[in-house]
Design a protein around this ligand. Structure first.
Ligand code: ATP
Length: 369
């Protein structure tokens, strides 16, 4: 099912939850709404579900106007962060009762629940009650309950946030498999940019009630359209430095580069991804003191107090590169991989994506080391 949002706005009295959002989610697409707390993503999802009315604009499902339809007439499934299972019912009953309400034959219900439970890896747990299940198993039951209803669209609101870090990573992969298997449209809400980057066909990044960028995860990482997206996507975040622009050259306190002719706006800020900072023992474009060194196994992080630069910069280096606190080092920007921003925060120049990245394989900093 194609979900189309046409200029929708939601106000709670004087509070603007989100403003003038237009977005088309394709049939079978996995789209993630991502942004910091309070940016309006949950309210937007609730409006798509019909749990909230929109103040302005139109929502269509496959071209049909559903703006004023109640949730039960939209054929959607909403999966919550807190699972919302009935504690006195077994996993099987939790999954089947909606189908019983619909009057489906008992043998068909049994078949659908069993098949779904097998797919979710909870076939052995069907006779247990939620209190006897782990968090991950409970979330699978909640997912199973929505899958058996065969909805046209799945709306998922931070469904993994109650799970521990390891299980969250595992469930991320499982959700992608489920999505591939079902082929249904899924709209997923999270504040976790890494979750958004790893699971989605496209991500819609929101800030203060406004859509900032809608693109593939890789595009959001390599070609952020503005400073907000550049700072929100990527961990650790992009380094930012104020700069001077004399029309020919852009200069920060530490680095200097020619300004590409195509860039006509005045550049007021420069951004460099941590993996695009290069550290050397000698030389380098600028000199810096290592203030903190972190070994993460697959790669290392180096916090740098760069001469003349107010804020610390963070460099991500391969695991074989080892430094110590207090080391005096050289620091340069690899292949002039600068991002330029204008005064209003618009990105006016981004470096070309790295050769190893492709639109189909979104890369997070850690996976590219
Ligand atoms: P979080 O990740 O913290 O849940 P969010 O991005 O999902 O944040 P929303 O919950 O959609 O953000 O909230 C967006 C804005 O709307 C916030 O300013 C919030 O306080 C406000 N808001 C949300 N629900 C209501 C409500 N029922 N009544 C009044 N204001 C609300």
């Amino acid at each position: 099912m194609i979900v189309e949002l046409n200029g929708i706005t939601k106000r709670f009295g004087d509070i603007l939850a989100f403003d003038d959002v237009s977005l088309t989610i394709d049939d079978g697409e996995f789209l993630t709404l991502v942004g910091p707390s309070g940016c309006g993503k949950t309210t937007l999802l609730r409006c798509i579900a019909g749990l909230e009315d929109v103040s302005e604009g139109k929502i269509t499902f496959d071209g049909q106007d559903v703006t004023t339809l109640p949730p039960q007439q939209r054929n959607i499934a909403f999966v919550f962060q807190n699972y919302a299972l009935y504690p006195h019912m077994t996993a099987r009953r939790n999954m089947s009762f909606a189908l019983e309400d619909q009057g489906m034959a008992e043998v068909d219900i049994e078949q659908r629940v069993t098949e779904t439970a097998e797919m979710l890896g909870i076939g052995e747990q069907l006779n247990q009650k939620p209190g006897e299940l782990s968090g991950g198993q409970q979330q699978r039951v909640a997912l199973g309950r929505s899958i058996v209803r065969d909805p046209n669209v799945f709306l998922l609101d931070e469904p993994l946030s109650n799970l521990d870090a390891k299980l969250r990573v595992q469930m991320r992969a499982e959700l992608q498999k489920i999505h591939n298997e079902l082929g249904k449209t899924m709209i997923y809400v999270t504040h976790d940019q890494e979750e958004a980057m790893t699971m989605s066909d496209r991500i819609a990044i929101m800030n203060q009630g406004r859509l900032q960028q809608v693109s593939s995860p890789a595009e959001a990482y390599y070609q952020p359209t503005n400073r907000f997206v550049a700072s929100f996507i990527g961990s650790p975040a992009m380094n930012f430095m104020g700069c001077q622009d004399d029309g020919d050259r852009v200069e920060t306190a530490a680095f200097s580069t020619t300004k590409p002719e195509a860039v006509t706006d005045t550049v007021t800020e420069v951004g460099v991804r941590p993996e695009d900072l290069e550290i050397s023992e000698d030389g380098g474009e600028s000199r810096a003191d290592v203030s903190v060194f972190e070994q993460l196994g697959s790669h290392n992080m180096v916090y740098l107090a760069v001469d003349g630069v107010d804020d610390e910069l963070i460099a991500q280096v391969p695991a074989i590169k080892y430094f110590e606190e207090g080391d005096r080092v050289g620091v340069s920007v690899t292949d002039r991989r600068y991002h330029f921003f204008a005064r209003d925060g618009t990105a006016v120049y981004t470096p070309r994506p790295r050769p190893r990245a492709s639109r189909d394989s979104p890369a997070s900093p850690s996976s590219r080391v």
